[in-house]
Design a protein around this ligand. Structure first.
Ligand SMILES: [Zn+2]
Ligand SMILES: [Zn+2]
Length: 346
């Protein structure tokens, strides 16, 4: 089978390898959809180092069909089922795991990192990760693969209490910004504001549920204040790793607002300037979020499966696995929402 192996930063080879052998309890997935995440670009370029070791097979956003098992599958799963794969296997013992933060486990292993991910024809699911398979029969394979990033957005929205927010601001309308907007709409946020320099993306943001769309620049804060009846937004998501997607918007926050630094920032360029007094007197909360819990993943999968969340338009290009580097470059160019890599496209 074909697999895209990254042996060092910028060192990608598409090689023929045997279909993985199964240990007792394992099962095998034929990859149906695997998507390029911004994180994959940073791993490829070597600017993301945390949790990365080489060689690695990237692709932590993927879905597949169970084709084989070496032992009993969990109840409810059978050969032939389409599954979305929750990528993290937490240790269950570290300080993060024992405090209900298994998604940021200190010793986690994950598909697309230490475990070969979706940039290959087949993926072995070790016995210890069988509970990571979420059945999504009937869902489009690309939509099933989108469940992962969508779940990360959902985890982030929980941390800023978006369920109780009247108004939410999303800065950055790349795929993850758009997913935040769709989720926010699905959970009932009344007023959604989107900011992005691209008019094209703002159109998608509007179609996704944002009532006010703005390009960055003078007057943005006052436009947001006007839109919210001078209240400001109760919650804000920084969905692009840039200081200028955060600093100019503090004036648009309502008293007690919560801000999530959702996006990863480039290493060495991750410093923000914020007035301590603004935070102090307005009781702002600044949180970060990273990845998601299995329960978030299962919940989002249910929203995708029942049609509450429409995601099938988010994968706009799929390239052959032979051109995985081209897929990473296309994803970086930013013209697409999500780019797929497939062994069945030539
Ligand atoms: Zn991702
Ligand atoms: Zn742990």
């Amino acid at each position: 089978m074909k697999q895209a192996i990254l042996s060092a930063p910028m060192q990608m080879d598409i090689v023929d390898v045997p279909i993985p052998a199964l240990e007792p309890g394992d099962c095998l997935l034929r990859v149906e959809s695997a998507l390029v995440c911004g994180t994959d670009i940073r791993i490829y370029e070597g600017t993301k180092k945390k949790n990365v070791s080489y060689p690695t097979v990237m692709g932590h956003e993927f879905s597949g069909t169970i084709t084989e098992s070496n032992g009993d599958l969990p109840d409810g799963l059978a050969i032939g089922d389409l599954v979305a794969v929750y990528p993290l296997v937490p240790c269950g013992e570290c300080v993060a795991c024992t405090r209900g933060k298994a998604n940021i486990c200190r010793n986690r292993i994950a598909f697309g990192y230490q475990l070969p991910g979706g940039f290959g024809e087949y993926v072995r699911i070790p016995a210890a990760a069988l509970q990571n398979l979420v059945k999504v029969n009937g869902v489009e394979p690309n939509s099933a693969a989108v469940i992962e990033p969508m779940s990360c957005a959902y985890n982030g929205l929980k941390l800023i209490d978006a369920h109780n927010a009247k108004a939410l601001l999303v800065t950055g309308c790349g795929p993850l910004g758009l997913m935040h907007i769709r989720l926010a709409k699905a959970i009932g946020v009344e007023q959604i504001v989107a900011v992005d320099p691209s008019e094209e993306r703002l159109l998608v943001a509007a179609a996704s549920g944002a009532q006010l769309t703005l390009t960055p620049g003078d007057g943005v804060v006052s436009a947001i204040r006007d839109f919210t009846g001078d209240a400001g937004v109760d919650a804000m998501v920084v969905a692009v790793g840039r200081a200028d997607a955060f600093e100019p918007y503090l004036g648009a926050l309502a008293p007690g607002a919560k801000v999530n630094l959702f996006a990863g920032f480039p290493t060495g360029n991750d410093t923000l300037q914020v007035s301590a007094n603004e935070v102090h007197y307005n009781e702002y909360s600044l949180v970060g979020s990273s990845s998601c819990h299995l329960s978030d993943f299962q919940y989002v999968a249910s929203l995708v499966a029942d049609g509450t969340l429409k995601v099938d338009d988010l994968v706009t290009t799929t390239l052959s696995i032979d051109d995985t580097v081209g897929a990473l470059e296309a994803a970086k160019a930013g013209r697409d929402l999500r780019v797929g890599v497939s062994a069945r496209v030539s």
